[in-house]
Write a protein that binds this ligand. Structure first.
Ligand code: AMP
Ligand code: ZN
Length: 492
């Protein structure tokens, strides 16, 4: 049992080609990024939250199949344009070059923040056949209709026998009152209907031929298809940021239930937003920070740069379901906390229990055992990383007391000391994914500056190229533009 989650052997196998994992196992699907631009820190918060969930489940002995997709098609702007196609036109690249470029960037960021890789990372474009098949199935079941080359999910029809809105607590009548307008969407019978297949306009690059039209799949469809394909028609955990609850996840449920009459997900987990002055961090609001800006400190509102592990620590200091506000003060506090943690662990790693066992103080030993148990209780309680960090610090107080001679290590007892040591180290490194960094800023900053320099050059953003070149020079690094790419050397 994992706290409130109570995960049991629930991975239901329904398809012949599906490869089962022996129990105890957990199937987890997390909506991945749409790869048309750099990921910002808000995105990073969500993926770090799921990384800790993945890590803790494994730590607790579960076998996890962690699927995190890449959305490389069908994520439309209000104008009806595909974000990836739009960026491809802007940068004069193939859409798949955009996809590759920003997937590479995403992976690099994920690695910088020490997240584990998913077990399967499927692409929407790699699952067109399955998306077409699901659309056909929904048409056959009467939950979808074709209109002028597009296919829409019929929300009202579905709602006659099911509950559209149950995940986000919305009522279809209220939703209808809010959106009566069909302007620009005349193909739909009802404004709430959403596209399963969309006929491509003449300029639309990413298109596939079907009997309905040359077109592309709707965004919600890919996640229904890929989660089902790799985790079964019913699986344990589905996650994403809160902003995906409606309509994305609501529509996923409708699609999956419409096709199989089975509720696809046992536990929905939604992370709360990283905010700036109380406002959601987002590209469109223009208040987003890129990871490298925070690492280098190269941003007008930042006093200084922060290392990736400081940022990770900052994020884990709050529970994933709470909002987290981004500020210099909060980051400075996180820097203090993280440094204290790492210093404590350095001291701890050097302490060994002396030869020859003395007699432990039973009361003290049992108190420390309970403090160790608390780390498990906190993670079992809906993955409460904030509480867990608090318990680790309580344990570290004992370590410091041993270190300064206030507490006699023999009073702790050998077994309890070993448990104390293991609990602190394993929870910090394996569960929270916080590792010691060789330097707080050096290597990572160089790595990021060079990475950005390459991107700026590729996209011919010469102002930024100059700016980065100057910044690198300040750090004693000379950038060299070679035939085969960018090289660098320490300034002599
Ligand atoms: P996107 O690439 O926009 O689909 O976002 C990828 C993931 O990041 C989704 O799960 C979003 O819900 C999540 N996300 C977007 N903005 C924020 C934010 N400010 N704080 C936390 N998560 C976010
Ligand atoms: Zn999704």
């Amino acid at each position: 049992m994992i706290g409130k989650l109570r995960i049991t052997n629930s991975l239901t196998r329904t398809k012949e080609e599906f490869t089962p994992i022996n129990p105890p196992h957990v199937g987890m699907y997390v909506c991945g990024p749409t790869v048309y631009s750099d990921v910002h820190l808000g995105n990073v918060r969500t993926f770090i939250s799921f990384d800790v969930i993945n890590r803790y489940l494994r730590f607790a002995g579960y076998k996890v199949r962690y699927v995190r997709n890449i959305t490389d098609v069908g994520h439309l702007l209000d104008s009806g344009e595909d974000r990836i196609s739009k960026k491809a036109k802007l940068e004069n690249l193939e859409p798949m070059e955009i996809v590759q470029k920003y997937s590479n960037d995403f992976h690099e960021v994920m690695e910088t923040f020490n997240t584990l890789k998913p077990d399967i990372e499927p692409l929407a474009t790699g699952h067109l056949l399955e998306q077409i098949a699901l659309t056909e199935e929904l048409l056959k079941k009467g939950y979808a209709y074709e209109s002028n080359g597009s296919v829409y999910f019929d929300v009202s029809k579905y709602n006659e026998s099911h509950d559209y809105g149950k995940l986000s607590g919305r009522k279809i009548e209220d939703l209808l009152n809010q959106t009566r307008d069909l302007e620009g969407q005349e193909d739909k019978r009802n404004p709430l209907d959403f596209a399963l297949w969309k006929k491509a306009s003449p300029g639309h690059i990413m298109r596939w031929t079907t009997k309905w039209s040359d077109g592309f799949p709707g965004w919600h469809l890919e996640c229904s298809v890929m989660s089902t394909k790799y985790l079964g028609e019913q699986f344990d955990i589905h996650g994403g940021g809160m902003d995906l609850k409606f309509p994305h996840h609501e529509c996923e449920i409708a699609q999956s239930v419409g096709a199989s009459e089975l509720d696809p997900v046992k536990y929905w987990i939604h992370t709360n937003m990283l905010t700036v002055n109380g406002q959601k961090m987002s590209k469109s609001l223009g208040n987003s920070f890129l990871p490298w800006e925070l690492i280098t400190g190269d941003h007008e509102v930042l006093d200084r740069g922060y290392s990736p592990m400081t940022i990770r620590f900052f994020m884990l200091q709050s529970h994933y379901a709470s909002t987290l506000d981004f500020s210099n003060e909060a980051l400075n506090a996180a820097l203090k906390g993280y440094t204290k943690l790492i210093n404590g662990i350095r001291v701890l790693k050097e302490i060994t229990f002396p030869e020859g066992e003395g007699q432990p103080d039973e009361k003290l030993a049992s108190q420390i055992e309970k403090m160790c148990d608390n780390c498990y209780h906190a993670m079992n309680d809906d993955f409460n990383t904030a509480l867990t960090i608090g318990h680790i610090f309580n344990l570290l107080k004992k370590v410091n007391a041993i270190h300064t001679g206030q507490l006699n290590i023999e009073d702790v007892g050998k077994d309890t000391f070993i448990r104390l040591k293991e609990t602190i180290i394993r929870f910090t490194e394996e569960v929270l994914g916080l590792k010691q960094e060789s330097t707080i800023n050096g290597e990572n900053m160089l790595h990021f500056l060079l990475h950005e320099y390459r991107i700026a050059k590729e996209s011919k953003n010469y102002d930024k190229v100059d700016e980065l070149r100057a910044k690198l020079k300040e750090e004693g690094i000379i950038v060299k533009d070679m035939k085969g790419g960018v090289d660098w050397a320490f300034e002599e």
